[in-house]
Write a protein that binds this ligand. Structure first.
Ligand code: ZN
Length: 138
């Protein structure tokens, strides 16, 4: 069914809302409490329309003031096993401060962006993968 709203949000302004699946939420709360974060400050989001993720092409964790937003991309959340792995991967980025934007702030922007990309590829991503892989309850 075509709707004008869907067309609008698919132009990049997708609507993300809190995950409602109680099994996923229970797991999320357990993992957030395991790492010592306040559940009030960490939000697990999914797109209102599964086929409409706007500019988000992967799952990600983003810091917003004192809160963290985890975008659970539909391509990473087909099975419960994948959802658990992805949640742990994104929480690892929070644990290790990978989503704190202040990194390399003292450098010129071009250099900073290049270093941030290298850091992400060489350190942040492998470390988050190792963290998610380290659990054996999948
Ligand atoms: Zn990652």
């Amino acid at each position: 069914m075509f709707s004008e709203k869907l067309e609008l949000i698919c132009e990049g302004l997708a609507v993300w809302e809190s995950v409602k699946d109680t099994r996923v939420l229970e797991f999320f709360e357990q993992e957030v409490s395991r790492i010592g974060l306040d559940i009030q400050n960490v939000f697990l989001l999914e797109p209102e329309e599964p086929n409409c993720t706007g500019t988000q092409t992967t799952s990600s964790a983003v810091k917003s003031r004192r809160s963290y937003l985890i975008f659970l991309h539909p391509k990473d959340s087909v099975t419960f096993r994948e959802i658990k792995w992805t949640i742990r991967h994104e929480l690892a980025h929070i644990i290790y401060g990978d989503c704190n934007k202040s990194r390399f702030m003292w450098l010129p922007e071009g250099v900073r962006m290049a270093l941030a990309d290298a850091y992400y590829l060489l350190i942040g991503e492998p470390r988050a993968n190792r963290y998610a892989d380290s659990f054996d309850d999948y």
